[in-house]
Design a protein around this ligand. Structure first.
Ligand code: NAD
Length: 411
């Protein structure tokens, strides 16, 4: 049953934040970050919603959020956080120690997820708890995921639950005769004609069918289907995606408009990415990597209006852990055709760049849900590499759209 919307002016007192991939790098960092904000151990640098005009909105307080999630790997959330701290030196040891009790409590809200059509590399990560659900049909999986979501909502006394997909990138899926209408897709699911749908889409259907907003921070298919969008409309809820724009692609969406505006012709754009976290390990499989490369490469032609030669590589270098280096080489020419070069090196900590965006998205989506917005939240396009429902890829123009929404929401 969808949750009745609360009044936009009222900030609901308890909101569930349900991570798919709850013990992964992004989820673990966002969880530590949220607990640190709740305990006033951290500042708000990196959080877009702490800036005007968003800070003027009636956004939920950090204290309002309760975390749970689905996961496929064994181990605890504390293990994941400790690995980020010790292997990658992402998190401060004293900060982690201050949050241990809360992290242990959150771990008790994490349930076995689904591996449906996730490919061999992701299946290879799975813990023993996934054995019992391996033979499920799609409708059985959706039913089980919904029982977990409902139990979380009821046991924690939540007004609303927002589901965020931060699970590993699935192999690139192509649509196969996916119907446009939700009722037909439901029939397909019941008759097993849609048994190729990946887990990311089953999670999206499970959430949206319960009236819970769904955010896809990954390149996986998720809610990117007309029939699933219709489900969101029918249940009076909303969704957003796809693939968080945190580093190299963010720079592309800032720099490419400059070349276009100065009538400089980009002849080629090469981007080499190296990093060594679990995401990198999964992306080392060519079928998973294909989904990510497509996501990082698609925007240039759309911004420039022509397609320069491009190359995107992603290589797993274990010693780098969560620290990603992107080296981009942009070959361009201007007046009288003389070639010139721009190169940049981006050295970012992947999880620390992603975590605040996830928290911002959750707050913004929560307000949209409270305002009764339905379907795709197009104004959130600046957060994503493949902004669903938005053709605009220029970062500054995407931000104008977000600010216009904020002005309207502020009344
Ligand atoms: N800067 C960033 O870190 C960034 C930016 C944009 C997008 N993303 C995307 O966000 C996702 C998470 O990134 P990460 O660095 O946290 O990766 P990660 O590998 O550390 O975490 C992914 C987690 O998802 C779990 N998982 C895999 N399949 C699952 C399933 N079907 N159901 C439930 N859990 C599942 C894994 O066990 C793991 O714990 C990836 O898809 C990544 O491409 C990350």
């Amino acid at each position: 049953m969808p949750i009745p919307p609360s009044t936009p002016s009222m900030s609901p007192s308890r909101i569930g934040l349900w991570f798919i991939g709850a013990r992964g790098g992004v989820a673990a960092t966002a969880t530590v970050g949220l607990v640190a904000l709740q305990k006033k151990l951290a500042g708000t640098t990196g959080l877009v919603t702490d800036l005007p005009p968003f800070s003027r909105l009636n956004l939920a307080d950090w204290a309002d959020f309760v975390i749970g999630g689905h996961e496929i790997r064994a181990g605890t959330l504390l293990d994941a956080v400790d690995r980020l701290r010790s292997d990658s030196r992402v998190l401060d040891a004293a900060l982690v120690d201050e949050c241990r009790a809360e992290l242990a409590a959150i771990d008790r809200n994490i349930r076995p997820g689904s591996l449906a059509n996730s490919g061999a590399t992701i299946a290879g990560l799975a813990g023993d708890s996934m054995r019992g659900v391996a033979a499920e049909r799609p409708t059985e999986t959706i039913g089980r995921l919904q029982r977990d979501l409902r139990a979380f909502r009821e046991e924690a006394g939540l007004n609303r639950v927002i589901v965020v997909n931060v699970a590993s990138t699935e192999p690139a899926h192509e649509y196969r005769e996916l119907p446009h209408g939700w009722e037909t897709l439901r029939g397909y699911l019941e008759s097993d004609q849609a048994n190729w749908l990946p887990a990311s889409s089953l999670y999206a259907i499970a959430a949206l069918d319960l009236g819970m907003p769904y955010i896809n921070f990954t390149p996986s298919l998720g809610s990117n289907a007309t029939a699933i969008d219709e489900l969101a409309h029918l249940r009076g809820t909303c969704h957003a995606g796809r693939d968080g724009k945190t580093g190299e692609t963010l720079l592309k969406s800032v720099l490419a408009p400059m070349f276009a505006a100065r009538n400089l012709e980009v002849m080629s754009w090469v981007g080499h990415n190296i990093f060594g976290n679990l995401d990198g390990q999964v992306l080392d499989d060519p079928v998973n990597k294909a989904a990510k490369v497509k996501s990082k490469d698609a925007l240039l032609g759309k911004i420039l209006g022509y397609d320069p030669q491009t190359l995107v590589t992603i290589e797993y270098i274990r010693s780098l852990g969560d620290w990603k280096t992107a080296w981009d080489h942009i070959h361009f020419r201007g007046f009288l055709g003389t070639p010139m070069t721009l190169q940049f090196t981006w050295q970012g900590c992947d999880s620390l760049l992603a975590a605040p965006l996830v928290l911002d998205l959750v707050r913004l989506v929560e307000l949209s849900a409270r305002r009764g917005e339905r379907g795709l939240l197009v104004h959130l396009g600046s957060f994503f590499k493949q902004p669903l429902g938005m053709e605009e890829h220029d970062f500054s123009r995407q931000l104008l759209r977000l600010r216009a929404w904020a002005d309207e929401a502020a009344g």
